[in-house]
Design a binder for this molecule. Structure first.
Ligand SMILES: *[C@@H]1O[C@H](CO)[C@@H](O)[C@H](O)[C@H]1NC(C)=O
Ligand SMILES: *[C@@H]1O[C@H](CO)[C@@H](O)[C@H](O)[C@H]1NC(C)=O
Length: 208
C-alpha cells in the first residue's frame, strides 16, 4: 500500500510540473502576442531623396601604368523613415558609402560619417551627407568609365548606408542591430541644373 501511494504521489507531482510548464509557455506566448499587437513593428524605410556631384575630376592613368585618381564631392540627402507609432530609434556609427557601379565588385569612391542621432516614432529624418573623394585611388577600368561618364554628363553610383540601431519601446531599450541599406542605381547628373530633375531612389534595408 505505501508503495502505491508513493508512485501515485510521484505521478501527481509530475502532472503538476507539466501543467506549470504548459501554463508558463502559454503565458509567455500571450505576452509576446500582446507586445506584438500593441507595438505592431513596421519596417524602417530609406531612400536617396536628392543627389548632386561637384568638382568631378578624374586623372587618366598615366600611360596605363596605374595610379588613376578621382576628385569628387557627392552631396546626398537621405530620407530615413520610421513609420512606427510606438518604436523610436537611436542610431550609432552611421556611415554612408558611395560605390561606382553596383554589386560586390563595385569600387568604393567616397565615404562620409554621419553624427549619431535619435529618431522619434512616426518621423522622417533627412540626413544631409557630403562624401568627398580627394585624390582617391581608383582602378584603371573605373577611371576610364568615369571619364566616359563625365563626357556623357551623368554618373551611376550605388549608395550604401551602415549603422548600429537600438530600438526603444516605451523607454525600454532593446539589443542593438546592424542596419544595412543599399540604394541602387543612383544616377547623378553632372550639370548643376540636373539636381532638380533627380528622382528619389528607394533603398533595400536589411536588419540583422
Ligand atoms: C584633386 O585634388 C587635389 C587637391 O585636393 C589636387 O592636388 C589634385 O590634382 C586633384 N586631382 C584631380 C584629378 O583634379
Ligand atoms: C523628426 O525628428 C527630428 C529629430 O527629433 C526632428 O528634428 C524633425 O523635425 C522630425 N521630423 C518630422 C517630420 O517630424
Amino acid at each position: 500500500m505505501p508503495a502505491t501511494t508513493g508512485s501515485a504521489r510521484r505521478v501527481a507531482v509530475l502532472r503538476c510540473i507539466v501543467a506549470a510548464l504548459v501554463v508558463t509557455v502559454l503565458l509567455a506566448g500571450l505576452v509576446v502576442l500582446v507586445f506584438w499587437l500593441v507595438v505592431r513593428p513596421k519596417p524602417i524605410e530609406y531612400s536617396v531623396a536628392r543627389a548632386a556631384v561637384r568638382r568631378f575630376h578624374v586623372t587618366a592613368p598615366p600611360g596605363g601604368g596605374g595610379g588613376a585618381t578621382l576628385n569628387a564631392s557627392f552631396y546626398l540627402t537621405l530620407a530615413a523613415d520610421n513609420p512606427n507609432r510606438r518604436v523610436s530609434m537611436r542610431y550609432k556609427s552611421v556611415a554612408v558609402y558611395v560605390h561606382y557601379g553596383a554589386g560586390e565588385v563595385a569600387p568604393q569612391l567616397a565615404v562620409a560619417d554621419v553624427p549619431d542621432f535619435h529618431q522619434p516614432s512616426r518621423n522622417e529624418t533627412r540626413l544631409e551627407v557630403r562624401a568627398v573623394a580627394r585624390s582617391a585611388p581608383v582602378p584603371d577600368w573605373t577611371a576610364r568609365e568615369l571619364e566616359h561618364d563625365r563626357s556623357d554628363g551623368e554618373v551611376g553610383v550605388e549608395v550604401r548606408v551602415t549603422a548600429i540601431v537600438h530600438f526603444l519601446v516605451g523607454g525600454v531599450k532593446f539589443r542593438h542591430y546592424n542596419m544595412r541599406a543599399i540604394c541602387s542605381p543612383v544616377v547623378i547628373g553632372l550639370s548643376p541644373s540636373s539636381a532638380k530633375s533627380f528622382r528619389g531612389v528607394p533603398c533595400d534595408v536589411a536588419i540583422s
